[in-house]
Unconditional design. Structure first.
Length: 81
């Protein structure tokens, strides 16, 4: 896997963060509502959407403080030339 360097986000990290985290959190909320036996209200959909946004931001923050090897709060390893 080719992650972005420490302190930076590449386009792939951005897209993965938004899609995966948002859908996971939002769909989990919707499934819980549907399992309770009803259709979601507008307020419940807003809460599910907000949960997805928060999860996406958390994923992006994690990637921002990780290096290209996936290690958190660690500088880039030296490159062999």
């Amino acid at each position: 896997m080719n992650n972005s360097p420490f302190g930076k986000l590449n386009l792939r990290d951005l897209i993965n963060g938004i899609v995966v985290a948002f859908l996971t959190a939002a769909l989990t909320g919707l499934i819980q509502i549907l399992d309770a036996g009803g259709l979601p209200t507008t307020e419940q959909l807003i809460v599910a959407g907000k949960s997805g946004l928060v999860a996406s931001l958390a994923y992006l923050l994690k990637n921002l403080v990780s290096n290209s090897q996936g290690e958190m709060a660690t500088k880039e390893p030296p490159t062999a030339e």
